[in-house]
Design a protein around this ligand. Sequence first.
Ligand code: FAD
Length: 386
Amino acid sequence: MSTDFEFAVVGGGGMGSAAAYYLAREGKSVLVLEQFEIGHNRGASHGENRIIRYSYEWTDYVKLAKETFKLWKEVETEFGSKLLTRTGGLDIGYPGNRDFELCIDSLRKEAIDFQLMNQEEAATRFPQFNFETGTRALFQKDAGYLEPDICIPAFISLSKKCGAIVHDNTTLDGINISDSHVELTSNGKRWRAKNLILTPGPWAAPLLKKLTGIEIPIVVSLEQYAFFKPRHREWFEESKSPVFIVYPTPGELDILYGFPQFKDLGVKVAEHHAGSVTEAATRSFEPDPEKLKRAFARAQKLIPDLTEEVTKAATCLYSNTPDKHFIVDKLPGHKNVVIGCGFSGHGFKFIPIIGNILKDLALHGQTKHQIRMFKLQRFAATHTKR
Ligand SMILES: Cc1cc2nc3c(=O)[nH]c(=O)nc-3n(C[C@H](O)[C@H](O)[C@H](O)COP(=O)(O)OP(=O)(O)OC[C@H]3O[C@@H](n4cnc5c(N)ncnc54)[C@H](O)[C@@H]3O)c2cc1C
């Protein structure tokens, strides 16, 4: 088997599997190194469901969402099975919540169709939810969820079908970067590639520091989610109940988000950015019972029909940049190395478009897509070579 490739991708999670697919689909020779088994639950891209939506505070994300919805459709066709379930999406905002207002503005600017409802209208349309006085609800019909446990294996199988060589349970432990190529090692094995794409997720900062001396400002947090059983399951069926995002009231940490009834598991809810700081190599897998109680209390305010019965609770890792925007860029000082990390708890929906952008940057050194918010340079003061 050849050890020489045009492109090597390190990290076969969400972003890496998509980048590998789009490069292999262009007939490029691609190597993927993944330290665990494909579809593992130790990083950021596992579990039952992830929200996909257009509603963002920034129009750059709405533009990317337009691309990503199209691309998921394409991947579904090529993979031959459904990955995205449309349920509609409900954003619930309290008076004066700036982010909620910015979402409305961005959707208007990008001409995305949506409905804005006051409390009474929302309560009539969605009686299973309790809308508090003064709240408004934004309903966007195209939103829904993706299934990570199907999506990642789908991208890996499509990339293999296009000729990519995927080594799972293979940890990159050394690289030697020159202008003409990159040498990669894992446990004594060696490969060469002309170009390297680094998508190591929550391992990005320590890996980059160890292998290149470059420090990037990513803080990993241990996030959790839980499925609670409703008394009336039929009220939360996908045909009747949308994915939802509740913007925080003053004093509340961050967004509460959730999904309709998922198979026999119940209604999943979670708090965004509520996790404690951790490291990917040493993190716990145990959900915090106090945080579970707090999430339930917030969820039950919105969904009185929910019971405290937890059918499943699990943890997962966010890779947070200081401004919660992604890092998608060429690695400073290395024109043949591209990096995609720091997706700060909201990257899953964008996997196909980020995969395409990483492909563009690796192939052409530039992309037609707007990535000005994702430049590493914005942290110039904090990312330096040691
Ligand atoms: C609880 C939770 C809920 C979320 N909800 C949403 C949502 O509703 N909507 C949304 O859009 N996003 C959501 N996200 C965010 C989204 O899941 C992530 O942004 C996305 O999955 C990040 O993908 P990634 O490829 O960067 O990371 P990962 O999928 O973790 O991939 C990185 C891969 O690199 C591998 N790796 C690391 N180091 C090495 C090495 N040295 N050698 C070989 N392989 C290596 C790892 O094993 C891993 O497989 C959520 C995340 C969490 C945790």
